[in-house]
Design a protein around this ligand. Sequence first.
Ligand code: NAP
Length: 231
Amino acid sequence: MKKNILIVGASSGIGLELARHYVGEGHRVCITGRNDPSLPGAQFFRLPITTSTDNLAKGIDGLVAAFKNVHTLVYAAGFLQRGSIDVLPDAALLTMANVGLIAPMMLAARLKPLAPTPLKLMLITSSSGYTPRPQEPAYAATKAGLAMLGASLVRDLGFGKVLVVAPSGIRTAFWRETDEDTSTMLDPIWTAEQIVALSSGPFKYKYAKILRNPARVEVVEKLDNAFAAID
Ligand SMILES: NC(=O)c1ccc[n+]([C@@H]2O[C@H](COP(=O)([O-])OP(=O)(O)OC[C@H]3O[C@@H](n4cnc5c(N)ncnc54)[C@H](OP(=O)(O)O)[C@@H]3O)[C@@H](O)[C@H]2O)c1
């Protein structure tokens, strides 16, 4: 069945590789970001996420109006933010909270009642979501929160399959403003292939880590039906 797939944060990196894959399979795909990657076959919607939650809500309302009948939401937006908590200005904290948590919550809230079938979620978190890092406090907190958002929504019968993926370092534009050695990081095409494979087949909830050196996938938790998911 051809699906309508919305990928938030797909102007580069993992989101873009996932978009290429789904366009190649003939699905209708809408991608967002601040910069249009001009991906043939995909619709682009400019969704800048800043400190303003009001602007975010307006942007998301526009997105939901522009791309209807979403079967699957892939949430891939994220950015590197380093610094101990006392050096991160309020604006940095607000932007991180909006990108990492408020946007996916607003999207889930709006898309759930409109979805033609129970909304499938694919949420990209990070090893920072389960590895406390004092130099990435807000990033780590939003990634841990995003994983818990997925685990909570799967217990809401209005949602379909929920996949939460926590990758380790991937060779993408994420690192562009650093001098980090990305040579031993995960290949983004391989990582996207693993995410597609993890999202396929019958399951209700899956939480998986994608690890490096060596590159491998570890499924941490899998539930096969909604009743198993409800405590
Ligand atoms: N690369 C890694 O090592 C790594 C490791 C673990 C987890 N992750 C996570 O994997 C996901 C994908 O990252 P990636 O590695 O593919 O990096 P990427 O190439 O930098 O992609 C990040 C995406 O998020 C969007 N984005 C970032 N900040 C935004 C903002 N303020 N407003 C709107 N869109 C914004 C970017 O779009 P624009 O720039 O066009 O706005 C881009 O499409 C992220 O959630 C990241 O946290 C990455």
